[in-house]
Design a protein around this ligand. Structure first.
Ligand code: F3S
Length: 406
């Protein structure tokens, strides 16, 4: 990889030991991926924040970087933590877990990272917004990555916690993968027929993730006014079930130049036709869990944004959560601040628990007393059995509300 004189100097020994370490991480990573150089980025989004997923190794790494004088050099933000940073006791989080999580957050703050604990930085005007078409980024968190690449036309690979933090410090990332046109050109045309409801976006994403893991998909047939939450669910499920970092959608996404190139250069290797019944069948195959004995229902993966709260309030109406049932919603403080307080009050009065800073995948649901959960998210239903390690299944938000509310 070609380094500038300045980059070479940082690598050989910067007064800040943390900058030398961060540059070493980026150079090793870039050489592994055969990147030609480092490219300046507009923002970094750092993932791997929860003590549940990152554990002692992250704590040791962060202590070392802080001691070595590490500081973010560009706008940088943070993915969800393992608990609501203020209401963790109410959530039922054990003290030992909470103290480790609080130290992790303290160290990220010392590094100059904005503590937004959000996985929807693309949706909320905040630390790393605005991002624009063509911007290079170094974002961890696969749902944010696929949204930024697809819906905005920005450019980021699926970074890990360490590489996104190294990029936050240096302000650059290796130039490979999603930073290059050639890897963003569609290879698969997907024709979807039928009237898609919200849950079908999750199922479509999961189906493509499972069956077409290495393709860049060009999807046709979706409604032009598909909502922002539907598109974030589509990408989140696709990236969770597959390795995708980008999709293109006719009439919605901005990189039509690359779609035209795919057809003119004969890059489309297969055309796939899908209708709603194929997606319903996929639900039975991919998410077979029976939810009749579920004791918790969780919403907000990706975290709830303003439109999601409006939909939930409408579904609840005047009803209340029945005794013995729980419905939890996960969001960020930034997202919550954009919602009409009256809507939030109505939802909380109905008995729904709304938590900030965290999500159902990175918080210890088992320690909170849940043994099986239902969710409306294809991504969450994939990861909950692997991380908090309890069974999970998928069902539409409105159906979940009907099951929980009296
Ligand atoms: Fe976000 Fe957690 Fe889902 S970080 S995308 S809510 S797994």
């Amino acid at each position: 990889m070609d380094l500038t004189r300045e980059e070479e100097g940082i690598l050989q020994g910067d007064p800040s030991h943390a900058r030398t370490k961060a540059m070493g991480i980026l150079v090793n990573y870039g050489e592994l991926q055969e990147a030609d150089r480092l490219v300046p980025i507009r923002s970094a989004h750092v993932s791997g924040v929860s003590y549940l997923t990152a554990g002692e190794a992250l704590l040791m790494f962060l202590r070392d970087i802080v001691k070595g004088g590490g500081k973010a050099s560009i706008p940088s933000s943070l993915n969800p933590a393992g608990m609501d940073l203020e209401r963790w006791k109410e959530m039922g989080i054990p003290e030992g877990f909470a103290s480790k999580q609080i130290e992790i957050i303290f160290l990220f703050r010392e590094l100059g990272i904005t503590i937004n604990c959000s996985c929807i930085p693309y949706e909320i005007p905040g630390a790393v917004e605005p991002i624009s078409f063509g911007d290079h980024l170094a974002w961890g968190e696969s749902n944010a990555v696929i949204y930024a690449n697809s819906m905005v036309g920005a450019r980021t690979n699926r970074e890990g916690g360490i590489s996104s933090l190294a990029s936050a410090i240096i302000g650059k990332t290796p130039n490979w993968g999603m930073h290059l046109d050639e890897n963003r050109i569609p290879t698969l045309e997907v024709n979807v027929k039928g009237d898609m409801d919200h849950i079908h976006y999750d199922l479509l994403g999961a189906y493509l993730g499972v069956n077409y893991n290495s393709d860049v998909c060009y999807i046709k047939g979706l409604k032009n006014d598909s909502s922002k939450p539907d598109m974030k669910h589509l990408g989140a499920a696709m990236a969770a079930k597959g390795g995708h970092a980008i999709y293109h959608v006719e009439g919605i996404t901005p990189e039509m130049k690359l779609v035209d190139m795919a057809y003119s250069e004969d890059r489309i290797r297969e055309i796939v036709d899908l209708d709603i019944s194929d997606l319903e069948r996929a639900k039975d195959d991919i998410y077979p869990e029976d939810l009749s004995d579920a004791d918790g229902f969780v919403l907000g993966c990706p975290q709830f944004g303003p439109e999601d709260f409006i939909r939930l309030a409408k579904a609840i109406g005047e009803r209340r959560v029945r005794d013995g049932k729980r419905l939890l919603v996960f969001t960020s403080r930034e997202a919550r601040s954009l919602v009409d307080p009256g809507i939030l009050d109505d939802i909380e009065r109905s008995g729904v628990e709304i938590y900030n800073d965290t999500c159902m995948v990175v918080t210890p649901l088992g320690s909170m007393g849940m043994s099986k959960v239902g969710t409306d998210s294809g991504k969450a239903a994939h990861y909950i059995p692997k991380l908090p390690r309890i069974p999970a299944g998928i069902l539409p938000l409105e159906m979940m509300v009907d099951l929980v509310m009296g």
